[in-house]
Design a protein around this ligand. Sequence first.
Ligand code: C2E
Ligand code: CA
Ligand code: CA
Ligand code: CA
Length: 279
Amino acid sequence: AKQAGRNAYRFFSEQMNADAHERLALQSRLSQAVERGELLLHYQPQIDLRTRRIIGAEALVRWRDRELGLVSPAKFIPVAEESGLIIPIGEWVLREACRQVQLWREQGLPELLIAVNMSALQFKRSDPVETVRQILEETGLPGHCLELELTESILIDDANLILETLRRLKALGVQLAIDDFGTGYSSLAYLKRFPIDKLKIDQSFVRDIVDDADEAAIVHTIIQLGRNLKMRTLAEGVETESQLAFLRVEGCREAQGYLFSKPLPADDFLALFRQGRAL
Ligand code: C2E
Ligand code: CA
Ligand code: CA
Ligand code: CA
C-alpha cells in the first residue's frame, strides 16, 4: 500500500510538473508573441434589440502562433494573468481597439461604442486611469466611445479606493460595464455605490432561459435590477430567436451573440457595420 501511495504521489507530481512545464512554455511563447506583435483583435457586434442594428463592438484578443495556430483567449488569458503579461497585453488591446475605432470614425462611419475587457490585475497593479487617459489622448478617441468591461472581482477590494478609481474613469467620459454579471462573489451593495452604466448578463444564464425557469428568473431579475438602478443591460451569448424573444419581452435592450454575429476580424466587422442593416 505504501508503495502504491508513493507511486500515486510520483504520478501526481509528474503530472503537476508536466502541467507547470506546459504553462511555462506557453508563457514564454506568449511573451514573445506580444513583442513580435502576433496578437490581433476580433470585434463582436453589440446589437440594439429594438432595431437589430449594430451599436457597438466588443474587442476580443486573439493570438496567432506559427505552430499552435489560433490560440483561444480562454487558454492564454489565464496564463497571462498568472504571469503578469496581462498588463502589456491589456494595454495593447486598449490602444489597438481605440486606434481602430477612431480610424473608422475618421472615415465617416456612424458612432460606435467600443467595449474593452479589463482584467483585475490590470486594474489593481497598474494605473488604469492614467493608461486610459493617455491612450484616449494618443488615439484621439473621445472618452464616451469607450466602454471598459470590469469583472465583479475588481469591485470587491477596498470600496473607497475603487470608488475613487471609477470616478476618475467616469471623469474621462468612459462607460463602465460589469462583465459576466451574476457569476462573481460580490454583494449587491456595491452596485448602488459605484458609477456603473451597464450590466452584461452572463451567457451561462442566457443559455437556458427558454427551458429553465430558474435561469429565466435570474435573467428577469437582473433586467429589473438594471432598470431600477438606471443601468443598461446587455445579454451575452444570444444564439436563438427564442432567447431573443424572451429577452425583448423582459425589456432587455441590447445583446451580443452568434445569432447576430461571431467576433469578426476588423475588415469583416467594418463591412458588416457599413451595410447598416438589421441583423
Ligand atoms: P467574455 O469577455 O465573456 O467574452 C465573451 C466570449 O463569449 C467570447 O469568447 C465570445 O467569442 C464568446 N461568445 C460570443 N457570443 C457567443 C455565443 O453566442 N455563444 C457562445 N457560446 N459564445 C459566445 P472569447 O473571444 O473566446 O473570449 C473568452 C474570454 O477571454 C472573454 O470572455 C474574456 O474573459 C477573455 N478575453 C478576451 N479578450 C480579452 C482581452 O482583451 N482582455 C482580457 N482581460 N480578457 C479577454
Ligand atoms: Ca467581456
Ligand atoms: Ca462576458
Ligand atoms: Ca465570460
